[in-house]
Write a protein of this length. Structure first.
Length: 269
């Protein structure tokens, strides 16, 4: 008999220090089914979770928390809060050295440097390239996650730092693997733009100058979830493997039997 999971709010309004939390249950599949509620959750990092936040998360009946942050992220934000009886699996989807100097510039750079580095579409272009890079270079990691979900790792929570890029892409891959409609996958991904979900921009200079409207506009592409980023990832799948089905079978090594077990774990009967 499936494990009984309590109803979960559709927003993270009950969580004080865990941003961008949601249950992806209810999303429709191309064959008329839906993702089962209480099986797959997503969020930003859990490092700052309050005691009440931790109690809420512990009440979800989680089996596994997948943390896609790298060592630099964890050093900055701290390790996840410990949830009793929950397995924590860290699978870094970006390397600590990747972009360390860039993100230091985002935090500390003055307006002129930000204009040069991020202006004229450079910031959005960097984000799209990151999505393509994760898809084409992290197949072993995504395969590991999907195989784990197909076996025994649900209910599961996926998160990174903000819960929009690495976790967003991993959730999108998972949803596509079980046949969720592409439009629904994109809609869930874009939910990360809601004001109460967004990751807080960190700047060393928090004055009116350091946080000016122009600075915020230059930084926005880095902190947005944009359809063009997800499209870049999907285009990388098509370019590299020819189709999403080939990506799952050849790129991620998912057999038809594993795909069926994954559907059984995540979809309503």
């Amino acid at each position: 008999m499936p494990q009984q999971i309590p109803e979960v709010p559709s927003t993270d309004s009950e969580l004080a220090e865990v941003r961008n939390f949601r249950d992806v249950g209810g999303l429709p599949t191309v064959d008329g089914r839906r993702v089962r509620k209480g099986r797959l959750f997503r969020s930003g990092h859990l490092a700052a979770a309050t005691e009440a936040d931790a109690a809420f998360l512990a009440g979800l009946g989680l089996h596994t928390v997948f943390d896609f942050r790298n060592a630099a992220d964890i050093k900055l934000e701290g390790p996840d809060v410990t949830l009793p009886g929950v397995r924590n699996v860290n699978i870094p989807l970006t390397d600590p050295a990747d972009g360390a100097e860039f993100w230091e510039m985002v935090r500390d750079g003055e307006l002129g440097l930000l204009r040069t580095t991020l202006g004229d579409g450079k910031a959005a272009g960097r984000m799209a390239q990151t999505y393509r890079h994760i898809i084409t270079t992290r197949t072993a990691d995504h395969s590991r996650v999907l195989h784990a979900l197909a076996e025994d790792s649900v209910p599961a929570l996926m998160h990174c730092a903000a819960g929009k890029d690495r976790a967003g892409l991993s959730v999108a891959v998972t949803l596509l693997a079980v046949g969720v409609e592409p439009e629904a996958v994109e809609a869930d991904y874009l939910e990360s733009n809601a004001a109460h979900r967004r990751y807080k921009v960190r700047r060393s200079d928090t004055s009116a100058v350091g946080m000016s409207p122009e600075v915020m506009e230059l930084l926005a592409p880095l902190f947005d979830a944009r359809a063009e980023y997800l499209s870049a990832a999907l285009d990388a799948i098509e370019t590299t493997w020819g189709s999403t089905e080939a990506y799952f079978s050849e790129g991620l090594g998912l057999s038809p039997e594993t795909r069926e077990r994954l559907r059984a774990q995540l979809l309503e009967d």
